[in-house]
Design a binder for this molecule. Structure first.
Ligand SMILES: [Zn+2]
Length: 482
């Protein structure tokens, strides 16, 4: 262990304003804490909205890691509006506003919140995640591999950080050892990490405006992590995770990761975790592989749109007709809602799945091998979206096979995931998803929409359902979400 970790006997819980989770695309703070809270590492992703390697890595920390010793505080979506708009910064570069900012700047309040987070007592070290161009090299090799590039580097502002009481933190040595550890797991020699010292104090005006320099000036160890923009997102994310895990180990933070750290494991963890529950799981949508348009989704009339996302990069953005579901930079699908009053008289339905009876709660996904049949219930009407032989009494009591449903009505592009909606007169009672999946059914797996990969893990669960209060654009922005 090194001077990077200094222990504070007392620490103060930083309270983010409650509004953080509920208002328009505010960033969210996720405190992954263990019984033994010290030390605390603070990680920022998405300070610039067009650097998906960094914000996906930070998001995976929230959804796929369990911290067993120490704490990791994560802001995975710092510049959320810019992330959704795939812009470096819709209000200019957020990472150039830390030395000087006008009170009239639309990001003034954001900057103050970030600063107070960095300054909060428990925080021992700060990582700011970026995707940088090309490959940083100490000497010029070619245009893409040169001292002017940023990719594949650990950034420090100065060699060491003097502390008022205690030994100095050797930033350069620490960064070098992290780079060395990352370099044990390179996909190619070209990807090797190096340490880039921006020597900010010696007159580097640009870097003096950044988050890490603000931290260093306030005696907090801080590092920028840069993965190369030459790679696809999941490869950038892979390198960010390698570097972050190395930092955690060095600080004595113990963790468990719920996927294999290889490029296919990272890709799957990013891509397949795009799910939302609406209104306390009356509706659950798995949209990682969704069609461009999901029509006639029964949303609640005259009520705030409440949803719980499976990861902190998911946002809903309302426009004239549709509600876009975004996952980071990517628009995953568009919802075309139909508004209903809701019925809360039942919690689920009875279904025979491949001949076996089961009680299924709304918000669940049931795997079906051959067929399913919903048990009729007096007073309720069942609508299997896309069922070919619709009758006046609805679709309850009918044995339904995969080929009985028109594929174009599926949620997913594979034509295997379908909506089963239940109504009581003209009120919507709830939805179940049916997944025709032979492989999974034969293994006896049943997925439930009620347990998100990280919601079962209380320390990492989101701050509760997010409310979208109005579908009308408010003020200058039509962007809503977490
Ligand atoms: Zn950046």
């Amino acid at each position: 262990m090194t001077a990077l970790v200094r222990w504070f006997a007392v620490w103060i819980l930083l309270l983010l304003p409650a509004a953080a989770a509920a208002s328009n695309l505010e960033f969210s703070l996720h405190k992954l804490e263990s019984e033994q809270a010290h030390p605390t590492l603070l990680v920022f992703g998405g300070i610039q909205g067009d650097e998906p390697g960094g914000f996906n890595a930070a998001s995976l920390l929230v959804t796929h890691y369990e911290i067993q010793k120490g704490s990791v505080w994560v802001v995975p979506n710092l510049n959320f509006v810019s992330i959704v708009r795939k812009s470096r910064g819709v209000h200019g570069d957020l990472n150039r506003k830390f030395s000087d900012i006008e009170e009239s700047d639309p990001e003034y309040a954001t900057i103050q919140k970030i600063k107070s987070l960095i300054l909060s007592k428990p925080v021992e070290a700060v990582l700011n995640l970026h995707d940088g161009s090309g490959f940083y090299r100490h000497t010029y090799q070619d245009a893409l591999h040169s001292p002017h590039r940023w990719g594949q580097s650990i950034i420090i502002d100065q060699e060491r950080l003097e502390k008022a009481n205690g030994p100095a933190v050797e930033l350069e040595q620490i960064a070098a050892s992290i780079a060395n550890e990352v370099n044990q797991a390179l996909l190619s020699e070209e990807h090797a990490y190096r340490v880039k010292n921006t020597r900010t104090r010696d007159g580097n005006i640009e870097m003096s405006k950044t988050l890490t320099y603000f931290a260093v000036c306030n005696k907090k160890a801080a590092f920028g992590l840069e993965a190369s923009k030459s790679f696809p997102t999941h490869v950038r994310t892979y390198y960010h995770l390698l570097a972050m895990e190395s930092f955690m180990r060095r600080m004595g933070i113990r963790f468990h990761r719920r996927f294999p750290l290889g490029i296919s494991g990272v890709k799957e963890a990013i891509d397949k975790n795009v799910q939302l529950a609406f209104y306390d799981h009356k509706i659950f949508l798995d949209v990682w592989n969704a069609r461009n348009r999901l029509r006639y989704l029964p949303l609640k009339k005259n009520a705030p749109l409440e949803f719980t996302p499976s990861n902190p990069l998911i946002a809903l953005v309302a426009s004239d007709q549709a509600i876009g579901i975004f996952h980071g930079n990517r628009r995953v699908t568009n919802l075309y809602p139909q508004y209903f009053d809701y019925d809360s008289s039942i919690e689920g339905i009875s279904i025979h799945i491949d001949g076996h009876p089961r009680q299924v709660d709304f918000g669940e996904v049931v795997r079906v091998d051959r067929s399913f049949r919903i048990t009729p219930r007096m007073g309720y009407r069942v609508n299997v979206i896309g069922f070919r032989k619709e009758g006046p009494g609805g679709e309850a009591g009918i044995e339904i096979h995969h080929e009985d449903i028109e594929k174009r009505f599926s949620i997913d592009t594979d034509g295997s995931l379908f909506r089963v909606e239940v109504y009581r007169q003209d009120r919507f009672s709830g939805m179940v998803l049916v997944h025709f999946d032979k492989e999974a059914a034969s293994l006896g797996r049943t997925a439930s929409g009620k347990s998100f990969p990280f919601a079962s893990h209380p320390q990492a669960s989101p701050t509760g359902p997010t409310r979208l209060r109005s579908l009308e654009p408010r003020g200058e922005s039509s962007v809503f979400g977490r």
